[in-house]
Design a protein around this ligand. Structure first.
Ligand code: NAI
Ligand code: MG
Length: 540
């Protein structure tokens, strides 16, 4: 039988020559990370997965690609490990995640380098991922137990029927992650799943496997038993069906198109799924908003991770009285942005992640231009900076005939529209098939909150960008309409990985006629009982 290193014999770092790696990473370190992936040694034939850095399009490594048999092997091992893990008390599991929190912060430099290398984003955008992992680990380590705690509501017959509600782990959870937030998306949805007593099998995005492997390696270092978490780098359509066929629950983050495929497959097996999909997120500037603050917020909301973020804003609705001023100040700030590749903290916007992304963004903007949209700023790629850089772009005069009017661009491209009344802004913001995130800006927080409550979105930020709602990990986040199903974060984000179980125990007397009592008389007793109970505050 082949040895453990035989699969990884097919691992090549660079493309004939050593790739340019940031300080903290060496070819040997990448080889070490590759060992964290789960491979079934009996599989002889494998495709390879070429990982490139979007900064230069240089090959970082070609990694043996996971196969369906790796997925099956991962589930086999995960199922055995999960049985034991589920018997451990929450506080014991939580200890591992408290250590994980500290480890990810201590080792942030390597994580930042790897995230940037694989995704092409800025150091600050990468830093937000590290911070997010720490926030999620901390929240669930300290608060997950309360969400899962056994509870005892009133039973059918007060005092005689006692009830206990338990939250049992579903078993083995499958997670399919995207490339845009390669660290946080590979691990933060696994954290509550594991803490709830499940094992997890993750298929990270094709473009960003090493970041996912680092996330797992640190968790093993923090003490997680090895077989509870499996990372299988590889192609989505190749591995997805096997993952879904074996999982007890699936969490997916990615495109609405693939999200619907996942929902079809999980429905065939009647297993649960949560889906965090696309958005065409509105950003509303009410007439009394502080213009400078709103413009500052729009900069973060539109250009974080070069707009490749499910919660970033792509539609700006600005009160007509502020419109010209807003556009001018926004343009001025955009022109001052420092854009480029690099691992320093001084860069404001990085690269798009791939040629597919560049193609989609270019197509959307070309289409809008050809149909009469006005380009306020940007509107073109920046090939002198790197192969996938695209200029931050602002459009006005966007109409429903243009693709980007309603479709997610997932790039640094935003359309601005004027409005006159708060009601009109609400209607415009809601006129979309998506419902993920929104921003509302006003000098009056109560006015902004009133608008926020009327938006058909899973999260809304008042006078801040997505970082406020996303970073509030105690509160649920997720999409309405075609933006998704289910929530991550908060109590919902852990309860979804469990099955509620009710144990009702009857004491002393059975529910039914006793001692020769007639059925009709018994029914009469129940009728009287029900009438009384509704009037007794402690017992209804
Ligand atoms: P995608 O939805 O195809 O990929 C996301 C993940 O799903 C990856 O791990 C991929 O391997 C996997 N996948 C793809 N096809 C699959 C299948 N048939 N079965 C199981 N898994 C599958 O997204 P893609 O192609 O990378 O990007 C296309 C667009 O999707 C983007 O331009 C953007 O609009 C949107 N998107 C949204 C994200 C979000 O955070 N909501 C993240 C990534 C993409
Ligand atoms: Mg795809």
């Amino acid at each position: 039988m082949p040895t453990a290193s035989s699969v990884l014999d097919a691992l090549h770092i660079g493309n004939g020559h050593a790739p340019t790696l940031p300080d903290s990473l060496s070819p040997d370190r990448l080889r070490e990370l590759a060992k964290v992936a789960t491979y079934n040694e009996r599989t002889q034939e494998r495709a390879s997965l070429v990982v490139k850095t979007p900064f230069t399009d240089e090959t970082v490594a070609s990694l043996p690609a996971g196969s369906p048999s790796d997925v099956k092997e991962a589930f086999r091992r995960a199922r055995i490990a999960q049985k034991v893990w589920a018997t451990r008390p929450y506080r014991e599991r939580a200890r591992i995640f408290k250590r994980y929190h500290d480890l990810i912060l201590e080792r942030n430099k390597e994580a930042l380098d790897l995230i940037q290398l694989e995704s092409g984003k800025t150091r600050y955008d990468a830093f937000l991922e590290v911070a997010d992992v720490a926030l999620v680990a901390r929240y669930y380590a300290y608060h997950g137990a309360a969400a899962l705690a056994k509870s005892h509501p009133l039973g059918f017959v007060p005092l005689l029927t006692s009830v206990e509600i338990n939250h049992a782990p579903v078993g083995v959870v499958g997670i399919i992650a995207p490339w845009n937030y390669p660290l946080t998306m590979a691990i933060t949805d696994a954290i509550p799943a594991l803490l709830a007593g499940n094992a997890v099998v993750v298929k990270p995005a094709e473009q960003t496997p090493f970041t996912a492997l680092l996330a797992a390696e640190l968790l093993f270092e923090a003490g997680l038993p090895r077989d509870l978490l499996h990372m299988i780098p590889g192609d989505g359509p190749t591995l997805g069906p096997t993952l879904i066929a074996n999982a007890d629950y699936v969490h997916f983050t990615g495109s609405t198109e693939v999200g619907k495929l996942i929902a079809q497959q999980t429905s065939q097996r009647l297993i649960g799924c949560s889906l965090e999909l696309g958005g065409k997120n509105p950003f509303i500037v009410l007439e009394d908003a502080d213009l400078d603050k709103a413009v500052g917020g729009a900069m973060k909301d539109c250009f974080g991770s070069a707009g490749q973020l499910c919660v970033s804003a792509e539609r700006l609705y600005v009160h007509a009285s502020l419109f010209d001023d807003f556009v001018e100040r926004f343009k001025f700030k955009i022109e001052a942005l420092k854009i480029g590749p690099g691992f320093g903290w001084d860069i404001d916007m990085g690269s798009l992640a791939s040629d597919e992304q560049l193609e989609k963004v270019t197509k959307h903007v070309k289409d809008a231009k050809s149909k009469g949209a006005t380009v306020v700023v940007g509107g073109h790629p920046l090939p002198h900076l790197g192969p996938y850089f695209y200029a931050p772009t602002v459009l006005t005069g966007v109409t429903p005939q243009m693709t980007l009017f309603a479709e997610e661009t997932f790039g640094p491209v935003v359309s601005i529209y004027p409005f006159n009344q708060d009601d009109e802004a609400v209607e415009l913001a809601n006129s979309t098939t998506y419902g993920l995130n929104a921003g509302v800006w006003s000098a009056s927080t109560s006015r902004a909150q009133a608008v926020a409550r009327r938006l058909e979105c899973g999260t809304v930020n008042v006078n801040e960008c997505y970082v406020a709602s996303w970073g509030s990990t105690a509160a649920p986040m997720g999409g309405r309409k075609e933006s998704g199903l289910g929530r991550r974060h908060g109590p919902e984000g852990i309860l979804k990985y469990t099955e509620a179980q009710t144990i009702a125990t009857q004491h002393l007397l059975p529910i039914g006629p006793i001692g020769g009592m007639a059925v009709e008389a018994f029914a009469g007793t129940i009728l009287t009982g029900l009438k009384i109970l509704r009037r007794l505050p402690g017992l209804r």
